[in-house]
Ligand binder design. Structure first.
Ligand code: ZN
Length: 434
């Protein structure tokens, strides 16, 4: 009898600890978001450093956009936390498990999608691709856990390592092109200087692509990929002044007007040539090189390798802990699984709920580390003599992405994997002096 009581209380302890922790994190993040909204509300003047470059109209637009986004985030966050809590309290996980018997894939509606049609097409494709990868991988993983014996966690970790290596290998060549169009960067000044820079830091560059990233207002501007001696650089067209769709759009308009007037007199066609309404988007060649200098800095300074090592050590550690915990029946019964202990549910309970404090600490440490890496990569670009160009590029890109340059320190410390713009600019300026 006593035994039963202690068992129940252990279950309850587990269950309510998980719930309490989830709400603690939620309230903490809601508090941070509240601080950040206050920053959006109170900062109505363009910061001094940006006074010359950022007009108050752009600043105001970005401020209001971020404020709206944050208010929306508050309500959607409250909704999903409540929903999650209700699911847990009402024993929804066993219910869903019984109903579906399958993995329930969820994909979120991100603000990065501007048009609905594009969103649905893209979301469907994403869903299909994710399922094609996720289902066989999950099934195989479950199988390995089942037959792996005492040391299954080693095989499970090795398996995920191999899967991620395979995915990295095929992602850029086979998966990414399903979503975006990649074209080789044409010969010219920019490509020559990129090749030259790559050579100067012995980056084994084989190809340079431009990707049509314009459909999504992505925060990514350039990246590289590839193993060992076969590396490629990808530039988003929104980064490039000469490729940016906004600039192209206005150029096309001009052409149309010119051809329409082309039947008439030559002078008329020149006169009707309108000035582009939009300010030019994208960076000059020198600024693109500075951005690339930063990206290649991540490679040269070993940030990429360090990140891979950290994530593999973490996944090995998690599988090991999973192996230790997986036979504990009370973990399952805490979430309403009394008679069965499905492995998939075990993975979910342990990785998502039991590890959540560890996950929070880990993700905070990684955010801190990432910011350090960003400063180091900026410093690397500066050593290549690109401080001035990076300075102006960062401002332009921030503007194009409707980024708001001011952040509450606590909010940014918790959330920002990249240091706030002003901090980066200040660091670059300090370095410009020496
Ligand atoms: Zn970076």
């Amino acid at each position: 009898m006593i035994n039963v009581i202690t068992e129940i209380s252990t279950e309850n302890q587990i269950f309510y600890s998980v719930l309490l922790f989830s709400w603690t994190v939620y309230l903490w993040e809601a508090y941070l978001a509240h601080r950040q909204r206050k920053t959006y509300r109170d900062t109505t003047l363009v910061p001094e450093e940006l006074g010359k470059i950022m007009d108050s109209e752009t600043f105001e637009k970005s401020r209001l956009y971020q404020l709206d986004k944050s208010t929306f985030g508050f309500w959607s966050g409250l909704y999903s936390e409540t929903e999650g809590t209700l699911i847990l309290l009402l024993g929804g996980i066993p219910f869903l498990w019984n109903v579906s018997g399958h993995v329930i894939g969820r994909f979120g509606l991100g603000p990065e999608y501007e048009t609905l049609g594009f969103f649905f097409k893209d979301a469907l494709k994403k869903f299909a691709v994710t399922q094609c990868i996720l289902l066989p991988v999950t099934s195989l993983l479950l199988y390995i856990i089942k037959i792996g014996g005492d040391y299954f966690f080693i095989y499970a970790w090795l398996f995920t390592l191999i899967v991620s290596l395979v995915l990295v290998t095929i992602y850029a060549d086979y998966i990414a092109p399903l979503f975006d169009k990649f074209t080789p960067l044409p010969d010219g000044e920019l490509r020559e200087s990129i090749e030259e820079m790559a050579k100067s830091i012995s980056f084994p560059l084989t190809k340079v692509y431009v990707v049509e990233g314009s459909k999504r207002s992505s925060h990514s501007n350039a990246y590289f990929y590839g193993f060992f001696k076969n590396k490629r650089i990808v530039l988003f067209d929104t980064l490039l002044e000469d490729h940016s769709p906004l600039n192209k759009g206005t150029a096309d308009e001009n052409v149309e007007i010119q051809t329409a007037a082309g039947d008439g007199s030559e002078t008329e066609s020149i006169e009707t040539k309108v000035r582009p309404k939009n300010k030019k988007q994208g960076c000059s060649n020198q600024e693109v090189l500075a951005v690339l200098g930063h990206e290649l800095g991540h490679w040269k300074l070993g940030h990429t390798v360090k990140n891979i090592i950290i994530s593999q050590v973490n996944s090995f550690f998690c599988f090991f802990l999973f192996a230790v915990l997986m036979d504990r029946k009370e973990l399952f019964s805490a979430f309403g699984f009394y008679d069965t202990q499905p492995t998939l549910i075990g993975l979910m309970i342990i990785f998502q709920f039991i590890f959540s404090p560890y996950n929070e600490v880990l993700s905070f440490s990684l955010t801190v580390l990432s910011r350090r890496f960003e400063f180091q990569a900026d410093a690397f670009a500066k050593d290549l003599g690109k401080a001035t160009d990076l300075y102006s590029a960062l401002i332009k890109l921030n503007k194009d992405n409707l980024g708001f340059p001011v952040a509450d320190w606590l909010y940014s410390m918790w959330h920002y994997s990249h240091p706030p713009l002003l901090e980066r600019l200040r660091a670059l300026k300090d370095k410009k002096k020496d």
